[in-house]
Ligand binder design. Structure first.
Ligand code: ADP
Ligand code: MG
Length: 696
């Protein structure tokens, strides 16, 4: 076994490799691009491309690809070899700066939400030097953005990068008021990835898992998670082997996989990396997800990344840990000195304002067909956005709002007057698990994203909304300095906190009282994707994206279309899979079993006149009633499904899917599940929850 320090990052063209391989002038100017966002010229790109190619070939690579994230949310790649024929029957391996900087995939089959008609299908990919290139399966992967020839973003990365620039610019303005001049301010992301592992054999027998990623049927297992024995439990050998290979592969790719453990639900696990800048952090998460899916097959396993593969036990999320950093200072870290604390309060207040003002957009950013089974379903955070600050910070905010003295847990009285701000301790006592947006000491943890989602959307929104808060603060403070600035800043903070107090909620987000209280506070509660998506195209949202150059109105509209279409397509696939399984697997099985019970009754009665067959007759009645109920729901689903797909308007279709089709699907499922527990095991056509959840 190679040492971790030797393999870590061995397949990444990282700063260390750059420094080793590039002439120092090239290295310096590339670093300026990476660290300060300065543009890169073609001369530099040529030198970098050559060094990258040499390095990649030494590592066994034969191909390169522009690795990008179309609006499907997953990553895409098309491999080109380095091969360049010389004309005399031989070939050399070549790779130019132009090939590094720009690529032209035939983009006609990627979703664009009407931005790009197929006759002008060509989009192009552009190198993103702020995320490292890496080698995966003998292919040099170059992280890229994906745009149309008219300049519109066709991917998830471009707006994220734009939002990072926006926050960089505004945060620097704010920091300048504190006399600080960092080169670049970036946001950071650490994505905790939850997933399930089940056996390939079981998976192969479940059409629903294969087609939709979740079980559309299945009665609750005899034991769920109530014994609390799986969470942090000893990891079983096969899973352990899988996790070890996963770590090794990720480390080679420079993904700092740090923590692995069993999660709450049976067969559920989690991997958490060490955070990185948002762009790299999200790329790493996508690589992690891909490696998980591919490596599972080495162990006869399938990795399920759906948000709710099994009903009745926990689903899978992807906590988005988020902060803002100058590279040296975490700006959400409460400081040591009063001025550091004032800066912290300015940034904290900015986050509170951003989350309150754009709560619907944040909710929208994690709305998917899969996540709808999770949010608000009594184990994930609710579909309502609120923020948890913890006792100490909560008390400080209250004190600021009410203008009263604050006494810390250590009983140190703190003067909230002009120049002496509290020197409070990092709050690490509370662990509220029910809050969708929790302060965890020196970062926020956004817990709504589902396990399958690409985190670019929610980070893009968070960053842009935060850029707006910071801009407003910087505008209001313009020209102020010294004590005048401090006094104005504190007054501003108090005013903002008072205005946005409604978003702070430190109680139990799973309680029945909370939605009622949230409604009283005027907080949004969009339970389904169909309800959550329209806010994307609100004038307020479009104005935000346009103000910071993150998305143009046509880009916003196209993304809304793509999200709607995807939701409708997924529900459509689920409905079709359901009907197919009921007609071809469940009904025949239950019918067979009913016929067997009936014939047993006749046989026994014939052999023993007057035998008491009451139990069997009851069972037969139950089976026949179940068959009837299944048929009724199947007809209802069939009729409504046809009516739904005939709707031309995608939003109307989404509304019908959310409020008519999915509820019928629930009823159909319940009817089939009821039969599962009375039908003989040998007749049941698929592995059950009991079979699937406890073996691997
Ligand atoms: P938790 O608070 O959930 O118990 P940790 O403190 O270990 O757990 O952090 C969870 C995740 O948050 C990890 O992926 C970690 O790298 C990430 N994280 C820590 N600090 C930051 C930060 N400043 N910005 C973004 N993510 C961070
Ligand atoms: Mg966490």
């Amino acid at each position: 076994m190679a040492k971790v320090s030797e393999i870590y990052g061995s397949m990444v063209f990282n700063e260390h490799t750059m420094q080793e391989r590039l002439p120092s002038a090239t290295y310096k100017s590339l670093l300026k691009t990476i660290k300060e966002g300065k543009p890169l010229d073609i001369e530099v790109a040529n030198v970098v491309a050559h060094a990258m190619k040499e390095w990649a070939i030494e590592k066994g690579a034969t191909h390169y690809t522009h690795w990008f994230q179309p609006l499907t949310g997953i990553t895409s790649e098309k491999h080109d070899s380095f091969l360049d024929p010389c004309g005399d029957g031989r070939a050399i391996m070549s790779f130019s700066g132009k090939e590094l900087i720009q690529g032209e995939p035939d983009a006609s089959s990627f979703p664009s939400g009407g931005l790009r008609a197929t006759f002008e299908a060509r989009g192009y990919t552009a190198w993103d030097p702020t995320s490292y290139a890496f080698i995966k399966d003998e292919v040099l992967c170059i992280p890229t953005a994906f745009c149309s020839y008219t300049g519109e973003a066709l991917d998830k990365k471009t707006p994220l990068l734009r939002s990072m620039s926006a926050i960089d610019e505004q945060a620097k303005r704010v920091l300048a008021l504190f006399g600080e001049k960092p080169l670049r301010v970036t946001t950071t992301v650490g994505a905790e990835q939850e997933y399930f592992l089940i056996s390939e054999k079981d998976y192969a027998q479940r059409q629903d898992l294969i087609m939709t990623g979740r079980t559309l049927f299945g009665y609750a297992p005899c034991k769920g998670q109530e014994l609390e024995e799986h969470y942090f439990g000893a990891i079983r050998p096969t899973v352990n082997e899988f996790m070890k290979e996963l770590d090794d592969e990720l480390w080679k790719l420079g993904v700092s996989a740090k923590t692995k453990h069993n999660e709450v639900a049976p067969a559920q696990h989690e991997l958490a990396p060490i955070f990185a800048n948002s762009n790299r952090g999200i790329d790493e998460n996508l690589l992690t997800m891909e490696k998980m899916r591919l490596l599972a097959s080495h162990y006869g396993l399938v990795c399920l990344q759906h948000e709710k593969p099994f009903e009745g036990i926990n689903g899978s999320g992807k906590h988005n840990n988020w902060s803002i950093s100058t590279g040296k200072t975490n700006l959400l870290e409460p400081g040591e000195s009063p001025m550091d604390n004032l800066r912290f309060l300015v940034f904290l207040t900015g986050v509170i304002q951003a989350v309150d003002d754009y709560q619907e957009l944040l909710r929208m950013s994690v709305a998917t067909a899969g996540n709808d089974h999770r949010l608000g379903a009594n184990e994930a955070p609710p579909a309502i956005i609120s923020m948890f600050l913890g006792d100490e910070l909560g008390a400080i905010v209250d004190a600021l709002i009410d203008d009263h003295e604050y006494t810390s847990a250590e009983k140190v009285a703190m003067d909230l007057g002009v120049s002496v701000l509290p020197n409070f301790l990092r709050d690490n006592t509370d662990r509220n698990r029910t809050s969708p947006f929790a302060f965890t000491g020196n970062k926020f943890e956004f817990r709504m994203p589902g396990s399958a989602v690409n985190l670019s959307d929610c980070n893009m929104i968070l960053n842009t909304a935060m850029a707006k808060s910071l801009k407003e603060f910087a505008d209001a403070m313009e020209g102020k300095a010294g004590e005048e600035f401090e006094a104005a800043a504190i007054a501003y903070i108090k005013d903002m906190l008072t205005k946005h107090q409604r978003i702070i909620f430190n109680g139990n987000g799973y309680s029945d009282e909370w939605p009622v209280e949230a409604e009283r506070r005027g907080l949004a509660n969009h339970r389904t994707t169909a309800d959550a998506l329209p806010c994307f195209v609100d004038p307020k949202s479009i104005a935000l994206f346009e103000e910071f150059g993150v998305l143009s109105e046509p880009e916003v509209r196209s993304r809304y279309e793509v999200k709607l279409e995807k939701y409708n397509k997924l529900v459509n696939i689920e409905a079709r899979t359901m009907k197919r399984m009921v007609r071809r697997a469940y009904l025949p099985a239950i019918n067979d079993y009913a016929a067997e019970v009936a014939s047993n009754i006749t046989t026994v009665k014939a052999a023993s006149a007057g035998a008491d067959m009451g139990q069997q007759e009851d069972l037969l009645k139950k089976l026949l009633a179940g068959i009837k109920e299944i048929n009724e729901q199947l007809i209802a689903l069939d009729e409504n499904h046809h009516a739904c797909v005939a709707l031309e308007d995608e939003q109307e279709q989404a509304n019908m899917n959310a409020h008519t089709i999915l509820p019928i699907m629930d009823k159909l499922r319940a009817a089939v599940d009821q039969m599962e527990i009375v039908t003989d095991r040998d007749h049941w056509p698929v592995p059950t929850y009991n079979d699937m959840l406890f073996y691997v």
